[in-house]
Design a protein around this ligand. Structure first.
Ligand code: HEC
Length: 143
């Protein structure tokens, strides 16, 4: 007789199988339990992950709404991936790029190298969301 106890709570499983008497069903149950336990929990989209990075690192200076200017930093919704990579990782700008401000208050975040794609996804989504509401063309101020 097979003794089979399966606990299939998301991150925890208890499995006791008496394979001696009923090997086939025991193994089938074992595979089932493994497949269930390994399913990913709550996948997050790049936009969701990028929003969390933005809230954690950027809103000290930039506005919580990236379409607006913040306490220190300009509006950065719609920033390209290249601009974000240069600016956030190296504190530089892409060749020929005209910065919106020149205060040099921002510092680099080299630890966010793996997060640039997510940040770009979030900032581009944020720009799209507001483009129906405001039509100003975010041109950089002189100087
Ligand atoms: C300490 C304040 C501060 C923090 C924190 C900060 N920034 Fe900035 N950021 C600025 C300032 C100020 C500028 C304007 C350039 C200047 O004056 O140096 C700027 C400029 C930028 C620009 C270029 C805007 C343009 O088009 O000219 C981007 C992109 C940017 N920041 C992204 C980010 C991101 C992403 C984060 C979070 C990972 C971040 N910043 C965190 C202050 C900050």
């Amino acid at each position: 007789m097979a003794l089979l106890i399966l606990g299939l709570a998301p991150r925890m499983r208890t499995l006791v199988v008496d394979l001696k008497s009923s090997g086939r069903w025991g193994l089938a149950a074992l595979f089932l339990a493994m497949a269930t336990a390994c399913s990913p929990s709550e996948p997050q989209t790049p936009v969701q992950r990028g929003r969390i990075v933005y809230l954690n690192h950027c809103i000290v200076c930039h506005n919580i709404n990236p379409n607006l200017a913040g306490a220190e930093g300009p509006a950065i919704a719609g920033s390209s991936r290249i601009l974000l990579r240069d600016r956030v990782l190296h504190l530089t700008y892409p060749p020929g790029y005209k910065p919106k401000r020149v205060t040099h208050l921002m510092r680099a975040f080299p630890q966010l190298a793996g997060e640039i794609d997510d940040l770009a996804a979030y900032l581009q989504a944020a720009a799209k969301k507001s483009s129906s509401q405001s039509r100003n063309s975010a041109s950089p101020p002189p100087g």
